[in-house]
Design a protein around this ligand. Structure first.
Ligand code: TRP
Length: 457
């Protein structure tokens, strides 16, 4: 029963809530366009490598820290490792704030797409639908409005607590999302360009992988699996001691990866089937989920007029189960470390993040100073800059810290008993080596390459 902190209702409940955090805009919006821009199959292969070598062990490591300490990240690292380790939690809180600020902007677009789809389902799909997107990006008031609505939704759920609400909602919505995605896939695979699309997506031709593709693949693995900032530490702290961490983590990782791959297959089939579509999305790659898919619904799919609005409700929900886990990180920090009551903690953190979100919302063309901000090559505007900073720097750093912490600092016996496996077993030895050596070297190597001025962009 797990004592006063409460636990997830069942193993499936945890898996779906953690998968709810993992499955989000990262899978539906980011992964397909990263694949498209970075050589297709070669990027997918890099990504899958990062998921297996770094993602799964780190997912297990985060859950393990949370369950052992029975606390969210900042107090958990402090309790198991001493006060010096709490910086790792603090870095995570900062990363959570940064990600949530821009993530909310994209999440808000799902509301607009929902409304547009209702309009299209009743009034017909206009031939210039895709061409309207750039004007929408630069529409400051509309961007701010959508962001504000989504910020409010996130804060509302976090305010009320994640417990039974999220778990129950995830159990209903996640299977529906899977079902619709599969239907999308079946439809997309019937398109004339599907074969070419799949070949582009699944055949690794490494000469097509740009050098920064490796960094982006690792960053995306962290982002998509909700790793590197302690979100899974918090979720793990509610996991019942009976559950096997390895098996549970494998489910979450598997579901997240499956959703990402299916989304990319759908997009690639479409992009290779509809003439002119690649040109329309390549100007703003962020458009894929919001421009490419309506095309499928309204021009190719039987029943698409019904499914299109429903789909964007589910995109909004997938985003919401992710924003909640991000918001929970900042809020629980203020509750645990600053002793604020949950209500005040939520309002304070949500307000700070909202200010960041508004700035990001205006960085897509509405306000020139924000839109032309350029820190990283090829990343124009505040939103793109924060995305690059968090996903490719903060999360890998957080993952590096977590790997070192669990691999070197925690006693092996404690780690083995928390995982429920013998210290000498092959699985444990593999796990430990992944955290002690493979993950740190891979992450460090990558960061050093970039820092020493290898122009990866
Ligand atoms: N994984 C989510 C996605 O792919 C985003 C997300 C939610 C996240 N919580 C996180 C990313 C915690 C990093 C850390 O959309």
């Amino acid at each position: 029963m797990g004592g006063h902190r409460g636990t997830w209702g069942s193993q499936a409940g945890f898996i779906l809530a953690a998968a709810g955090s993992a499955v989000g805009l990262g899978n539906l919006w980011k992964f397909p366009y990263l694949c498209w821009e970075n050589g297709g199959g070669a990027f997918v292969a890099t990504y899958l490598g990062a998921v297996v070598v770094l993602g799964l062990p780190l997912m297990m490591a985060e859950i393990l820290v949370g369950r052992r300490a029975q606390a969210s990240a900042v107090p958990a690292f402090a309790a198991l490792g001493g006060p010096a380790w709490s910086w790792l939690g603090v870095l995570g809180v900062l990363a959570g704030v940064v990600i949530l600020a821009y993530y909310t902007v994209i999440a808000g677009w799902s509301i607009r797409s929902f409304v547009l789809c209702l309009e299209w389902s009743f009034g017909g799909y206009p031939p210039d639908a895709g061409a309207r997107f750039p004007a929408f990006l630069a529409d400051g008031p509309q961007q701010v409005l959508l962001t504000t609505v989504f910020s409010f939704l996130t804060a509302f759920v976090v305010y009320r607590g994640v417990g039974a609400g999220i778990e129950r909602a995830s159990k209903v919505m996640m299977p529906v999302l899977f079902a619709i995605l599969l239907y999308l896939l079946v439809t997309a695979l019937r398109l004339p360009g599907a074969g070419e699309g799949l070949r582009h997506l699944l055949e690794p031709r490494f000469q097509d992988l740009p050098p920064q593709g490796v960094l982006l693949g690792v960053g995306q693995a962290f982002f998509s699996l909700s790793l590197g900032l302690g979100a899974m530490v918090a979720y793990g702290s509610y996991l019942s001691p009976q559950e096997r961490i390895g098996r549970t983590a494998a489910w979450v990782v598997g579901l997240d990866t499956a959703v990402a791959l299916i989304a990319a297959m759908v997009m690639f089939s479409l992009l290779h089937s509809i003439p002119g579509l690649p040109d329309r999305v390549s100007g703003s790659t962020v458009a894929m989920l919001f421009v490419t898919l309506p095309e499928l619904f309204y021009t190719q799919m039987p029943g698409g007029t019904i499914l299109a609005p429903l789909f964007y409700v589910l995109v909004a929900f997938a985003a919401l189960t992710s924003t909640i886990s991000l918001g929970e990180v900042a809020t629980s920090y203020l509750v645990d470390r600053r002793n604020l009551p949950r209500g005040r903690a939520t309002i304070l953190s949500a307000s700070v993040i909202w200010v960041g979100s508004v700035a990001c919302a205006l960085s897509l063309g509405a306000v020139p100073a924000l839109s032309s901000l350029r820190v990283f090559a090829g990343k124009e505007g505040l939103l793109a800059t924060l995305d690059h900073l968090a996903a490719n720097w903060m999360l890998p750093l957080g993952g590096l810290g977590t790997a070192l912490f669990v691999g070197w600092h925690l006693p092996a016996a404690a780690v083995a008993s928390e995982l429920g496996i013998r210290e000498g077993s092959p699985a444990f030895v593999l796990f430990r080596w992944a955290l002690r050596v493979v993950a740190p070297l891979a992450i460090l190597g990558l960061l050093i390459l970039v820092l020493t001025g290898r122009d990866l962009s």
